[in-house]
Design a protein around this ligand. Structure first.
Ligand code: 5RP
Length: 222
């Protein structure tokens, strides 16, 4: 199976996971990226079964609207029953690296408001130790060089993702050569660097359910 076929399989599995829970007033949290896009494309046929969705990016909001799904402001809704999103890496504790698509801040905010985070990922994203994928950090533009120097002190090789401006008007630094032994501790430590808006470690609030696409089928971990 190709990587795209594995992504499609987990998107299908996520639809099956949420479908029994949908009610007229349900608002879903929706992530960003190619796997989330496949999920959005499948969600359209269920559009009359729930109220709408909160999107983690402008791109996902546009895609949801194209499917006829109402996009709501997070401030106008309460707790979301589900947040469905992909990941760049996920470990056995369902800690993740996210932000390859530069949407990490809104992803982390919407995920924080969700009762259950369903991570949908093809098998290549499953790792024993996080960090092979360069860890994204969203920074306030004027703090970029300062934050980069602090990241070097932590052992990372920071690289400015040139030409990328986040939906929040900020910039992204990617941390290379930065293997992470204790994701929760590192997430908190990175949050403490002045000028960091969000780091791409999703450990304090990891996933609750992982749907992982493998050639043998979709593996479910909860
Ligand atoms: C975007 C993300 C995505 O979830 C992550 O990059 C995975 O993307 P894809 O589903 O395209 O592999 O965090 O900021």
């Amino acid at each position: 199976m190709t990587q795209d076929e594995l992504k499609a399989a987990v998107a299908d599995a996520a639809i099956k996971e949420i479908e029994p829970w949908l009610e007229k007033d349900t608002v879903l949290g929706i992530g960003t990226g190619s796997t989330a896009n496949l999920f959005i494309d499948r969600l359209g046929r269920l559009g009359d079964r729930f109220q709408g969705a909160v999107a983690s990016s402008d791109a996902s909001a546009s895609r949801l609207k194209a499917q006829g799904i109402d996009v709501l402001e997070l401030n106008s809704v309460g707790t979301l029953p589900f947040y469905i999103d992909g990941a760049d890496e996920v470990n056995a504790h369902l800690h993740m690296i996210k932000g390859g698509g530069a949407a990490l801040t809104r992803e982390k905010i919407v995920a924080a408001c969700a009762e259950r985070f369903i991570c949908i990922a093809d098998g290549s994203k499953s790792v024993a130790r996080l960090g092979e994928f360069p860890l994204p950090i969203e920074v306030i533009p004027m703090a970029r060089s300062y934050v980069a120097r602090e990241l070097v002190k932590l052992g990372a090789e920071p690289v400015y993702r040139e030409g990328v401006v986040t939906d929040n008007g900020n910039q992204i630094i990617d941390c290379y050569e930065f293997m992470i032994d204790d994701p929760e501790a590192m997430e908190a430590r990175l949050n403490n660097i002045v000028g960091v808006v969000t780091n791409g470690l999703f450990a304090a609030r990891g996933a609750d359910i992982l749907l992982l696409g493998t050639p043998k089928g979709v593996e479910r971990t909860a």
